[in-house]
Design a protein around this ligand. Structure first.
Ligand code: FES
Length: 87
């Protein structure tokens, strides 16, 4: 599990292994947009303010993946204990 802090909403959630970031933050009442839920459409992309994402999508290029600047929250996870997102 890892922590996700939604900076704009002022909400922090724990994301357990059986839940996506999308599900966890949505349950906490954060407004999120999504469509495919499979990491292919790019709708759920959001900016990473702090932390190292673990990209599992098919949207980002190799360079974008390495930069860790954005994340598809429907499938991707975190390598760091905490991610701060622009949500
Ligand atoms: Fe389509 Fe996340 S909802 S990439």
């Amino acid at each position: 599990a890892f922590e996700v802090e939604c900076q704009r909403s002022g909400v922090s959630v724990t994301v357990p292994p059986d839940k996506t970031i999308y599900e966890a933050v949505e349950e906490a009442g954060v407004d999120v947009l999504g469509s495919c839920m499979e990491g292919v459409c790019g709708t759920c992309e959001c900016d990473v303010i702090e932390g190292e994402p673990d990209p599992r999508d098919s949207v980002l290029s190799e360079a974008e993946r390495e930069s860790g600047a954005t994340i598809m929250i429907c499938v991707s996870r975190s390598r760091s204990e905490r991610l701060v997102l622009d949500l």
